[in-house]
Design a binder for this molecule. Structure first.
Ligand SMILES: Cc1cc2nc3c(=O)[nH]c(=O)nc-3n(C[C@H](O)[C@H](O)[C@H](O)COP(=O)(O)O)c2cc1C
Length: 166
């Protein structure tokens, strides 16, 4: 049973997982889960907002370019292996949902899917996107994270709904 909650109720746990083993960005139909470790959660244009960063080489990039909505799912601690698979294997080569025995459910407010096993999920709508601009990016960050010039696309997702399991 999913309960709709406020951003502050999930903020700490979501950021903690993002900076830890990661959380799942789920996009497309059939939905593909990709582990993400970088992003921000905040308040922009008077809306609760999440930004996620996707390199153009990812299968998820082509999916995000073809949808309006996506979800972000926080998995329980015992799903480290699944997070590792979703962060190293591509949905181009396999159905990661099936491979990881994850259950797909339709979102409540967004035209997307989420993972039933998640403890928290955020339903999001893309309202803005842009590539990172190397002209204005710190040189040390470019050197460390972008030796191949594969700058992330940053997607701004308006958070339409925030849900907790239980
Ligand atoms: C902990 C962790 C965090 C990651 N964070 C990101 C991220 O924020 N953005 C990104 O583009 N890739 C990130 N990756 C890499 C993708 O998850 C990985 O390349 C994945 O296999 C891409 O899947 P796809 O081809 O199905 O989209 C991360 C991987 C791990 C293990």
């Amino acid at each position: 049973m999913r309960t709709e909650v406020e951003l502050f109720d999930v903020f700490h746990e979501t950021l903690d997982k993002l900076a830890g083993d990661g959380i799942l960005l789920v996009a497309g139909d059939p939905p593909n889960p990709m582990t993400i470790g970088w992003g921000t959660i905040g308040h922009i244009w008077n809306k609760p907002m999440i930004t996620v960063m996707v390199r153009p080489v990812r299968h998820t990039f082509s999916l995000m370019e073809s949808v309006k909505d996506f979800s972000v799912c926080v998995l329980p601690d015992q799903y480290r292996k699944q997070l590792s698979i979703c962060g190293t294997k591509s949905g181009r080569d396999m159905n990661k949902m099936e491979h990881c025995h994850l259950t797909v459910e339709k979102c409540i407010k967004a035209d997307a899917s989420f993972i039933a096993e998640s403890t928290i999920h955020l339903e999001c709508r893309i309202v803005h996107k842009h590539f990172l601009d190397p002209v204005t990016l710190d040189a040390a960050i470019i050197k460390r994270h972008y030796p191949m010039n594969d700058y992330h696309m940053i997607y701004y997702g308006e958070i339409l709904g925030i849900y907790r399991n239980g």
